[in-house]
Design a protein around this ligand. Structure first.
Ligand code: ZN
Length: 354
């Protein structure tokens, strides 16, 4: 990462060599130097964020994700936005007044026209959308929407099983209940009709994470609140050097996720209190999953920009993404003072200009 010679430094070296070196040696040295500079630049971890559809405000959260990655000079981020999904239907007004009825009729008409327009262009747009996963070290999903076309699904499976990295952020784990390999990648997911047929819950019993095949729906959350995230695997590279517990910014605490749950390491969890509408269980929120030769980091945190401004979210995202890409984490340790368990540490993110 730090290898890339700056152009002024390169010029100086060339100047020195011109004065001293034999032409053949000079040519060889120059080639090596250029290769070194190029490979140094290429050492940045190349991230592709995928978005475009989500029941969450992806237009707001993707720039925050980009900002978090850009806060480190380790990453080089690009975004691939899928075609838009069908627009949301307008809601029927509750009160019955002529004005409300007229307004609803107009909104319905507009929605029908928009839907027809999207449908007309959707096919061609989806045929054109072919993100080149293989060109990146890690793919980060901020996507929760229509099923991707088969070639895109196949490309992701091939990419991750072949050794690529994948990161699932918050509602990305709501995506694709019908896509078997995707659910194996994320370990567990929620909503979209997930049930006992999707696989077990992950439950903490006597200090171990076990599969629980109890009948029931997959995916729920109580009222948003701040909560303490507790490390479950302190030796894992993503968690090593972080405090054992830290207060997370206001967020949805996802509970009762279920899925194939194969090769999942639960990295961190939080207690989902029934008093706030939760499950009464300790819920897995940060996970590492092995998928073929690839690595997946799953963070169930990050409902909106407020939750993403929590320092704990940011640090675990950066660490998890580096781990998914390379298998190691080089970020410095964070002390309990910097990331305490009794108050939220929040950091504004510098948004990239478009
Ligand atoms: Zn959410």
């Amino acid at each position: 990462m730090k290898l890339a010679a700056s152009s002024s430094c390169l010029n100086q070296l060339i100047f020195v060599m011109k004065k001293t070196a034999h032409p053949h040696i000079l040519a060889f040295a120059l080639t090596s130097l250029v290769a070194l500079a190029t490979s140094g630049a290429a050492e940045k971890i190349k991230i592709l964020i995928v978005d475009g559809q989500n029941n969450h405000a992806w237009q707001e959260t993707t720039p925050v994700l980009v900002g978090i990655y850009n806060s480190s000079d380790l990453f080089d981020v690009e975004v691939s936005t899928s075609p838009a999904g069908p627009p949301k239907a307008p809601r029927k007004p509750k009160g019955k007044t002529p004005e409300a009825d007229a307004e609803f009729a107009a909104a319905l008409k507009k929605w029908e026209a928009e839907t027809a327009e999207v449908k007309k262009s959707a096919k061609a747009a989806w045929e054109k959308w072919r993100p080149d996963f293989a060109a990146y070290d890690v793919v980060v999903s901020n996507y929760n929407g229509e099923l991707w076309p088969e070639p895109v699904r196949e490309a992701l499976v091939e990419y991750v099983s072949g050794g690529g990295g994948f990161v699932s952020v918050h509602a990305a784990n709501n995506s694709f209940p019908q896509w078997r390999e995707y659910n194996e990648m994320i370990g567990v997911g929620g909503w979209g009709g997930r049930s006992e047929l999707s696989g077990p819950y992950l439950r903490l019993r006597d200090g171990n994470w076990v599969g629980d095949t109890t009948v029931g729906k997959g995916g729920s959350h109580g009222k948003q609140h701040e909560f303490v995230v507790i490390t479950q695997d302190a030796a894992h590279p993503i968690m090593k050097g972080l405090p054992a517990a830290w207060m997370h910014a206001q967020d949805e605490l996802y509970d009762s996720l279920r899925g194939p749950a194969k090769d999942v390491t639960v990295l961190a969890a939080a207690f989902s209190n029934e008093a706030t509408g939760g499950s009464g269980e300790t819920e897995p929120l940060l996970m590492a999953i092995d998928y073929g030769k690839g690595r997946v980091f799953h963070t169930a945190l990050g409902h909106n920009t407020v939750s993403m401004e929590g320092l704990g979210f940011q640090e675990t995202l950066k660490r998890g993404t580096q781990w998914a890409a390379t298998g190691e984490v080089t970020f410095p340790d964070i002390s309990e003072d910097e990331l305490p368990d009794d108050s939220v540490m929040s950091l504004d993110v510098e948004l990239a200009e478009n």
